[in-house]
Design a protein around this ligand. Structure first.
Ligand code: NAD
Ligand code: UDP
Ligand code: UDP
Length: 311
């Protein structure tokens, strides 16, 4: 029974990860400061003997004894990470330093939840891991993008300098049950708007693209990445290569929810990437993984979740 630390475990992805780890019999310690996460995401685990929940902010040191660390703590939605951008950078950078320091002391294997945002507004399409990205260092998304890039730097320097066993996963847009209704991300926004009969807010002309991965597929890839041979550090892209414009996504949500909502166009936030699609050849070859859930099927599950939540 491995003792596993999940930071940000009360959030959307973290809580699904805790579910899978507890179910397979690992001893899970979840730490979270509840900035965007909630105990509600973990009620099903609170009485399990192999699950423990601790309120803690990863920008402060943490002394615990564990074998493996999944470092997910960081707000992921632009609305949330721009709310307190200084804290966002601190969470990525000081949080990474503390978790790497912990991993170094206890000789734990550590996985970083990085992001496709390290590619910024990409000029190479689809994005392979070898692409260095096009990121604005001083824009409103920089606290997140540069924070995550710096965290990757720290991971690879701890690996080179201190021989730490690291794993870096670059996660592309992921959606599913337990996203927050007011989270501001496009999938939750469109579904909540559709179910409430409100206009769907399209930012810009809606022709920008994203590639959406269902949460179950993503968690499977993260587990495989953590368990992969030590010499495979990544970075590895994890996402679903199916690419859609925001207009296409809006149409799908309207169709699947049976909503009569209209589309309304709003200004495009600055530095909003125009296109994004993962090249997942590395994940396929090294992890034997590829996503299985089609956008329609994942959206149906997610719409069902929000329907229950809002009723
Ligand atoms: P989320 O906001 O639901 O989860 C983040 C969790 O981290 C929350 O529970 C929050 O309370 C916690 N947290 C934030 N700051 C903290 C701090 N200083 N100390 C302790 N806990 C803190 O977001 P998510 O979608 O579940 O994302 C999880 C991770 O995956 C993040 O690191 C994010 O950058 C990464 N990621 C997510 C996506 C996606 O599409 N969901 C894409 C790329 C990367
Ligand atoms: N750290 C921690 N838990 C530990 C060990 C270290 O939170 O179990 C933090 C500690 O605050 C330190 C950081 O991790 O500042 C980096 O640790 P490292 O050993 O790499 O650096 P140093 O302690 O030499 O600054
Ligand atoms: N978006 C939109 N309407 C919304 C929320 C977002 O059109 O109500 C757009 C946003 O401008 C971006 C895309 O959807 O182009 C994805 O946004 P999200 O915040 O989900 O993720 P990210 O931009 O970080 O990939």
């Amino acid at each position: 029974m491995a003792k596993i630390l999940v930071t940000g475990g009360a959030g959307f992805l973290g809580s699904h990860l805790c579910d899978r780890l507890v179910e397979r019999g690992d001893d899970v310690l979840c730490v979270d400061n509840y900035f965007t996460g909630s105990k509600n995401n973990l009620v099903q685990l609170l009485d399990k003997p192999n699950f423990e929940l601790m309120r803690h902010d990863v920008t402060f040191p943490l002394y615990v004894e564990v074998d493996r660390i999944f470092n997910l703590a960081c707000p992921a939605s632009p609305v949330h990470y721009q709310h307190d951008p200084v804290q966002t950078t601190k969470t990525s950078v000081h949080g990474a330093i503390n978790m790497l320091g912990l991993a170094k002391r206890v000789k734990a294997r550590i996985l970083q939840a990085s992001t496709s945002e390290v590619y910024g507004d990409p000029e190479v399409h689809p994005q392979p891991e070898s692409y260095w990205g096009k990121v604005n260092p001083i824009g409103i998304r920089s606290c997140y993008d540069e924070g995550k890039r710096c965290a990757e730097t720290l991971f690879f320097d701890y690996h080179r300098q201190h021989k730490l066993r690291i794993k870096v996963a670059r996660i592309f847009n992921t959606y599913g049950p337990r996203m927050l209704p007011n989270d501001g991300r496009v999938v939750s926004n469109f579904i909540v708007q559709a179910l409430r009969g409100e206009d769907l807010t399209i930012f810009g002309d809606g022709k920008q693209t994203r590639s959406f991965c269902y949460v179950d597929d993503l968690i499977e890839a993260m587990l495989r990445m953590m368990d992969s041979p030590a010499e495979f550090t990544g970075p590895v892209n994890i996402g679903n290569p199916g690419e859609f414009t925001m207009l296409e996504l809006a149409e799908k949500v309207l169709q699947l929810s049976g909503s009569k909502s209209k589309l309304v166009f709003k200004p495009l936030p600055s530095d909003d990437p125009r296109q994004r699609q993962p090249n997942i050849e590395l994940a396929k070859s090294q992890l034997g993984w590829e996503p299985k859930v089609k956008l329609e099927d994942g959206l149906k599950e997610t719409i069902g979740y929000f329907r229950r939540l809002l009723s």
